[in-house]
Write a protein that binds this ligand. Sequence first.
Ligand SMILES: Nc1ncnc2c1ncn2[C@@H]1O[C@H](COP(=O)(O)OP(=O)(O)OP(=O)(O)O)[C@@H](O)[C@H]1O
Ligand SMILES: [Mg+2]
Length: 223
Amino acid sequence: MLKLQRVSASIAGITVLRDIDVSLPPGQLLAVVGRNGAGKTTLLRAIMGLLPISSGRITLDGIDLGGAPGHRRTALGIGYAPEDRVIYPTFTVEENLRLPCEVLGLPSQEISQRLDRVLDVVPQLAPMLARSGAALSGGQGKMAALGRALMVGTRFVLLDEPFQGLAPVLANQYAESLRRLHQSDPALCIMVTESNRSLMRDLPDATLTLERGELQSEAHETP
Ligand SMILES: Nc1ncnc2c1ncn2[C@@H]1O[C@H](COP(=O)(O)OP(=O)(O)OP(=O)(O)O)[C@@H](O)[C@H]1O
Ligand SMILES: [Mg+2]
């Protein structure tokens, strides 16, 4: 289990996350809802080790992640799809998906098996594999970013505002992918941020609200 205990973080001297206490238990689809500037992206970046925390602890199975850099967290099975996607335009979609696993030094057979699993969950990616990253629409880029996060996120997948700006058809497909993922991998923990709660549909097992860097409520079962 991934646990944040009284985690605070600052950007340019301003406290952006304040005493965050949250657990990411296996098998949960956890929503973090908060308006623009609430600190959603900062929270995910702190979990990924892309932003130093100023106090508190982040532990995985009781072990302090301390200053472990992003690539070490990836190696621990934490996948992250940032808000701005970051699909490399000069690589094909398949290369974009394989890249983080190659960086981790995984054998190519293992990478191919993971890719097959990702395509089971996000079948829309199959016809895009040979295309260049530059040829994707914004929505297709979000699908590719989900696929890439799943390639390394064997235990935790962190998705930053995945539904934002998606056309309704793609949003439905994305939600279906999350549902399939949640069902097919019951131990996986999925954390999704959104500014608009309704975009999450009935997917979350629990929803937390982030307001000006503070978590407003304990996890509660959504009806
Ligand atoms: N690079 C930066 N420099 C200065 N302030 C920043 C920077 N990044 C974030 N902030 C500030 O930190 C706070 C939290 O930002 P964050 O991006 O985490 O919010 P968010 O909930 O992800 O917002 P959004 O819904 O717009 O994506 C905001 O007040 C923002 O202005
Ligand atoms: Mg954000």
